[in-house]
Design a protein around this ligand. Structure first.
Ligand code: 5GP
Length: 192
């Protein structure tokens, strides 16, 4: 019973941090100067100071960085993440693609006109890409192929980006491996 309560407390703390991080992103957008496009380019954020990745790297505020570090603490504790609830359909999401191994759904805080997350339905230790082992080879391939299917479905197969944030220094906030499929606008390089 006590252990169940501890787990719930951990989940609740994590949810709070996640929501806090999300709020931080929204605040960052609100602070952006007028005239900046809704979906900022890398060049924009280097000058306009409103990208979540810029916030992580340059620490204009430490919200995202702190949330990412806090999320990492429970990364391998087996605590369920928000994605488990999405997989279980306990919380709603806009599903773009699904098969028996993979789920793809729209990101709640899109960074581009198309922003879809592709996740394994079973985490199997893949809290992050850095935890991959030889046995994960098949699912990693399936995730990448699913990203291509998503790009086709979303009409961006001619130009899209796949991103995996790994660990606190990359501002990973959910410890269930996920690919970000981004597109629908010009992508710039280097990324933030
Ligand atoms: P990370 O920062 O770990 O690379 O990416 C996690 C992503 O999950 C973020 O882009 C964030 O917007 C997204 N996310 C977090 N919570 C939810 C949620 O409840 N629903 C959906 N659809 N996306 C979420």
């Amino acid at each position: 019973m006590i252990s169940a309560q501890k787990s719930m407390a951990a989940v609740n703390s994590f949810s709070l941090l996640r929501d806090y991080a999300r709020a931080g992103r929204i605040v960052a957008r609100v602070r952006a100067s007028p005239g900046i496009a809704s979906y900022p380019s890398s060049i924009n954020f280097l000058t306009a100071n409103h990208s979540r990745r810029y916030l992580c790297r340059a620490s204009a505020t430490h919200d995202e960085e702190a949330a990412a570090k806090a999320a990492a603490i429970n990364a391998d504790s087996g605590v369920p993440t928000i994605f488990d609830k999405i997989i279980a359909k306990e919380i709603p999401s806009t599903i773009v693609y699904e098969d028996d191994k993979v789920l793809a759904f729209k990101d709640v805080n899109p960074q581009a006109p198309v922003h879809v997350l592709v996740i394994p339905k079973v985490r199997d230790g893949l809290t992050q890409l850095g935890k991959a082992e030889p046995r994960h080879g098949e699912i990693l391939g399936q995730l990448l192929y699913a990203a291509k299917i998503v790009a086709e479905k979303e009409g961006i197969v001619d130009g899209f980006r796949v991103v995996i944030n790994n660990g606190p220094s990359a501002c990973q906030s959910v410890y269930h491996l996920h690919l970000h499929v981004l597109g629908g606008r010009q992508m710039n390089w280097p990324p933030g």
